[in-house]
Design a protein around this ligand. Sequence first.
Ligand SMILES: Nc1ncnc2c1ncn2[C@@H]1O[C@H](COP(=O)(O)OP(=O)(O)O)[C@@H](O)[C@H]1O
Ligand SMILES: [Mg+2]
Length: 215
Amino acid sequence: MIEISEVSKAYGAGKARFMALNNVSVSVAQNEFFTLLGPSGCGKTTLLRVIAGFVDPTEGTVTMDGDNLLALPPHRRPVNTVFQNYALFPHLTVRQNIAFGLEMLGKPKTEITDTVEEMMALVQMEGMADRQTSQISGGQQQRVALARALAPKPKVLLLDEPLSALDFKLRKSMQIELKRLQTETGITFIFVTHDQEEALTMSDRIAVMHAGSIR
Ligand SMILES: Nc1ncnc2c1ncn2[C@@H]1O[C@H](COP(=O)(O)OP(=O)(O)O)[C@@H](O)[C@H]1O
Ligand SMILES: [Mg+2]
């Protein structure tokens, strides 16, 4: 489904030139739970940002279902991201956070209401629809961030170390939860982590990254 071919990303110039990604080629199948595993600084987030459209690669190509993804601005790509720090709107309610992307897309009101209900059920947050996200726990915020990213029904969900802020017990249960969500929605997941056990628990396939390369 996604074909990343000979992608490099250089930051800086001259002596300060630094290769954050070095000739990365990898493909991800439809419906796969695919994980990028590697230590801090190895280029995981950079590669996710190339797929999302927030970073332009210096070289290489990225296609989705055969189409050139790099030609599309981020908001036109059928891709959504769950960030490590959740990036929720604290002054909005759970319901308003989940509806946000759908409103930006100009979806009809009834469709938004239905989708938000569906997403709250999916992440088991139905009882908290009208709470502000500053008034719910970290684990609950993570569920809302997931629901918000899933609501526009992206073909691909990018998850950048989404569980690393959670305590051990919650992280374990969210690992199972994420796997369930991926199976139920049929969405392709590209998951980033530096935690080997986490990668092995959830993934269909794992790419091990080191110093800007896939090993
Ligand atoms: N905007 C930037 N400018 C310069 N260097 C960057 C920039 N973004 C990331 N880097 C560098 O690229 C390398 C890879 O970063 P990153 O993709 O965030 O790694 P990871 O997510 O695996 O921790 C790091 O050495 C980082 O310092
Ligand atoms: Mg990172």
